[in-house]
Design a protein around this ligand. Structure first.
Ligand SMILES: [Mg+2]
Length: 225
């Protein structure tokens, strides 16, 4: 019986040193002639399109598909440059875990992220982790993170001809939104405090397990058993 492991990206696999946000801010400024006010927008665990919608609304603009698309295209043009300019890192234990799980016949790994797919690819190719993921659910699928789990399950079924049962599906992420979107599909949820939330803050949302980081790779592998 195979297990499905659905990974978040930012704050879970990598930290980009705000390259994504800086690219979004620059894309907005290029189009609209002013820097967006990001102070009141909570970005952690949100989708790209949700964040862009809030940026537009804060500045009195309609979050139409056209307006969102224009910023997204600008963002995708700028992202690679910002990632190079603002060195980030792969988080502790992550590459070892991805590699170990990649070779396990009973494990399918995929992404469950608010990043649009092209952005996810730019980020993870830079950190040499994109090749571990044959598919995923992305911010392209919905602006709402809680909608993404069913897309991931549907693609997993299409590719592997398996209905992954909730108790054999694991959603791994760094925010309460990741925990929530995992619970929506009945999955096990694993939280990690390598983003902007502490172990205590994450534990308050009752994930299946919570870690400070994944430096002890065997501890996560045990939870997956
Ligand atoms: Mg995250």
């Amino acid at each position: 019986m195979k297990k499905l492991i659905l990974w978040d990206i930012d704050g879970t696999l990598i930290r980009t040193n705000r390259a994504g946000i800086v690219a979004l801010v620059r894309a907005f400024a290029q189009l609209h002639g002013r820097e967006p006010d990001m102070a009141s927008i909570e970005v952690s665990g949100r989708t790209d399109r949700w964040i862009i919608s809030r940026m537009l609304e804060h500045h009195g603009m309609e979050p139409t598909a056209h307006n969102i698309h224009a910023i997204l295209e600008g963002y995708l043009q700028l992202l690679q440059g910002e990632i190079v300019a603002r060195p980030g890192r792969v988080l502790p234990g992550v590459l070892e875990l991805l590699e170990t799980l990649h070779h396990r016949a009973d494990v399918v790994q995929a992404l469950l992220t608010g990043n649009v797919e092209r952005g996810a690819r730019i980020k993870l190719e830079h950190y040499r982790a994109w090749h571990y993921f044959a598919f995923g659910a992305f911010g392209d699928d919905s602006p709402l993170r809680n909608d993404l789990g069913p897309h991931a399950l549907r693609r997993a079924k299409e590719r592997h001809e398996i209905d992954f049962r909730p108790e054999r599906t694991f959603v791994i992420g760094d925010t309460p939104h990741d925990i929530e979107c995992g619970k929506v599909i009945g999955a096990r949820t694993i939280a990690v405090a390598t983003g902007n939330f502490t172990v205590e803050q994450l534990a308050a949302h009752a994930p299946t397990a919570v870690f400070a980081d994944f430096a002890d790779t065997t501890a996560l592998l045990r939870v997956l058993e």
